[in-house]
Design a protein around this ligand. Structure first.
Ligand code: C5P
Length: 206
């Protein structure tokens, strides 16, 4: 079974993905980490965020074990990730890795923006997770403010809007809802309630 979970930043997508992967004992790839790691490596090595060839070279030889989770999770890494993710050569460089993970024997669960549309259009279950931008901003602000004091909620919401727009308007693999995806709006749901809905969508095809 292949489960594809896409959606917006801070929608609850990551938590839902982790819980479903555990419940169905599926290997899980958080594909946002690939773009975040590419961006962080570029920033560390002084490679410009619009240098297609330089970024593709980094993406091709990416070793995720070299990155600490905390350095990939910063607001800065997320913002830079959405810039490098708009570059077709970077997406091409990361495609095979994701496709191989998705098609491994025994199945897999991947979360990202283009799993149900580009990486695994053949997925058995596709979910699109979203919530309104104010709610997502509040969740992300709570996560980041501990390590980034001085960060305001307004700033977080403004940056989310910019990222949403960049992800949705890019030409190559824009973040779009697959025609056969089940939509889950988590704005007014607890994480447990959102996970229940996701499980119900999986059970419907089992
Ligand atoms: O999901 P996460 O916030 O970690 O993703 C960071 C950025 O990576 C997103 O804003 C998006 O631009 C990019 N991304 C993507 N395709 C994916 C996963 C993430 O373009 N499959």
């Amino acid at each position: 079974m292949i489960i594809a979970i896409d959606g917006t930043t801070a929608s609850g997508k990551g938590t839902i993905a982790t819980r479903l992967a555990a419940k169905y004992a599926l290997p899980h790839m958080d594909t946002g980490c690939l773009y975040r790691a590419t961006a962080v490596a570029a920033l560390n090595q002084g490679v410009a965020l619009d240098d297609s060839a330089g970024l593709a070279a980094i993406a091709t030889s990416l070793d995720l074990s070299k990155f600490r989770d905390s350095e990939l999770r910063t607001g800065e890494a997320g913002k830079a990730a959405s810039k490098v993710a708009a570059i077709p050569d970077v997406r091409r460089a990361l495609f095979n890795l994701q496709r191989a993970f998705a098609t491994q024997p025994g199945g897999a669960l991947l979360d990202g923006r283009d799993i149900g549309t580009v990486i695994a259009p053949d997925a058995d279950v596709k979910l699109w997770i979203d919530a309104n931008v104010e709610q997502r901003g509040f969740r992300r602000w709570k996560e980041l403010v501990a390590t980034e004091p001085g960060l305001t909620l307004e700033d977080v919401i403004r940056h989310l809007r910019i990222r949403d727009e960049r992800d949705q308007l890019r030409k190559d693999a824009p973040a779009t809802i697959a025609a056969d995806a089940v939509l889950i709006d988590t704005t007014d749901l607890t994480i447990d309630a959102a996970v229940e809905k996701a499980i119900a969508a999986v059970e419907a095809v089992l």
